[in-house]
Design a protein around this ligand. Structure first.
Ligand SMILES: [Ca+2]
Length: 330
C-alpha cells in the first residue's frame, strides 16, 4: 500500500472513530518569546520528541528585543508528516509577512536569520498521522550594539560591566572566506575584572574528525597576544550542543579567528561580557572538552566532577545521520 493510500486509510479511520474530536493544545494567539543577546534558548513543538497532536495550529513569535537586531535560529531539526503537516517561518510578526521557509517532511541542521526584529513560526497539523515535530535554538544577533560586532582586524575593543557584547564573523551569517586570520584585543574596565566568552552560533563544518580544531577555529587567549595562555578554542560544527564558557584571569583577552580548511560554509557569533572573578557561576562548564568514543554493545563509564558539564551525543557526526553498520561475515 502506497503512502497516499495509507493516508486515506488513516483519514477513514479518523472519520469513523474520531469524528468531531479535536485535540487542540495551542492558542490561536502566538506565544511571545524574547530572544537573548547572551544565550541561546530552545523552542520545541508540543509533544517533542515523541509526537505532536493532530489538528494543531500553533504559532510562536520571537522578538529580538529592539529594532536593528535579528532573530537567529539554528539547530533546526524537523520531522513532520510529509505533505500534510507544515512548519512555516515568516520574516516578521504576522502570518502575512514574507515566508522565509516552509517545511514538511524531514530536515536537519538548518539555520535562518530574520531581516528585522521579529520571526513568526507556525505549526499546522492535519487530523491524522503525527511525527516528532521540531526543535530549534534561537538568540538575538545585534550587529551594532553596544559596539560593532564586526570590528576591523587588529582592533582593540573596550567594554564595561553590565553589557553583553557580540563578536561575529564578517558579513555574518554569510560565510567566511578561506585564509582569514584576524586578531582582536578586548579590554575590560580595569584590574579586578575578567571577561567571559561563549558561542551563540558556530558553523565550522570543516571535518567530522576535526574535533581538535586543527584547521578553522576561534581561539581565546588570556592576555593581549596569541603568545599568552590559550584558554580554549571554538570550532564547533553546525549545531554542536557544546557551548563552553571561557573566563580570563585578568581584564584582558585576545581573540583570533583562522580559516585554513577547505570548507566554504563557516560563520560564528560569540558573546562576551565583563564580570568579577567572584561572579563566575559555580556551575561553569569545563574549559576543556574530552571526546570519549564508545563501541556499541559495550558500556563506557563516564566520571563527572561537581560543577562540570558534559554532553553525550550518538556519534561525532551528530546531528547528522549515524553511520550504517555493516556486519562483517567471512
Ligand atoms: Ca498529520
Amino acid at each position: 500500500m502506497g503512502r497516499g493510500n495509507m493516508k486515506i486509510l488513516y483519514m477513514l479511520t479518523a472519520l469513523v472513530s474520531l469524528w468531531g474530536k479535536v485535540n487542540c493544545q495551542c492558542n490561536s494567539v502566538p506565544l511571545s518569546l524574547t530572544a537573548s543577546v547572551s544565550n541561546n534558548a530552545v523552542l520545541q513543538s508540543p509533544g517533542y520528541p515523541v509526537t505532536y497532536p493532530d489538528n494543531q495550529a500553533c504559532s510562536w513569535l520571537i522578538d529580538a528585543g529592539r529594532s536593528g537586531r535579528h532573530v537567529i535560529i539554528s539547530g533546526l531539526h524537523i520531522q513532520l508528516e510529509l505533505d500534510y503537516d507544515y512548519v512555516t517561518i515568516f520574516d516578521g510578526n504576522t502570518l502575512s509577512d514574507t515566508i522565509l521557509e516552509r517545511f514538511t517532511g524531514v530536515h536537519s541542521g538548518r539555520w535562518l536569520k530574520s531581516s528585522g526584529q521579529y520571526l513568526l513560526i507556525s505549526l499546522v497539523t492535519d487530523y491524522s498521522v503525527a511525527a516528532p515535530g521540531f526543535t530549534m535554538s534561537y538568540f538575538a544577533y545585534d550587529p551594532l550594539s553596544p559596539h560593532d560586532a564586526n570590528p576591523a582586524c587588529g582592533d582593540e575593543v573596550y567594554i564595561t560591566v553590565g553589557e553583553t557584547y557580540q563578536l561575529a564573523s564578517s558579513d555574518f551569517p554569510d560565510s567566511l572566506i578561506q585564509g582569514v586570520r584576524c586578531d582582536w584585543t578586548i579590554r575590560a574596565s580595569g584590574p579586578g575584572r575578567i571577561i567571559g566568552f561563549k558561542t551563540l552560533f558556530s558553523r565550522f563544518q570543516d571535518s567530522f574528525d576535526d574535533f581538535d580544531c586543527h584547521t578553522d577555529r576561534i581561539s581565546i587567549f588570556d592576555g593581549t597576544s596569541d603568545t599568552d595562555t590559550l584558554l580554549g578554542f571554538y570550532c564547533d560544527k553546525l549545531d554542536s550542543p557544546i557551548t563552553r564558557t571561557f573566563y580570563t584571569t585578568g581584564h584582558l583577552a585576545h581573540v583570533t579567528i583562522q580559516t585554513i580548511g577547505n570548507n566554504l560554509d563557516r560563520a560564528f557569533v560569540l558573546s562576551y561580557y565583563e564580570l568579577t572573578s567572584a561572579s563566575i557561576p559555580t556551575t561553569a562548564p569545563p574549559t576543556t572538552v574530552e571526546q570519549v568514543t564508545s563501541i556499541c554493545e559495550s558500556t563506557t563509564t563516564l566520571t563527572i566532577a561537581n560543577g562540570e558539564e558534559h554532553f553525550i551525543t550518538s556519534t561525532t557526526n551528530w546531528p547528522l545521520y549515524y553511520e550504517k553498520f555493516e556486519p562483517f561475515i567471512i
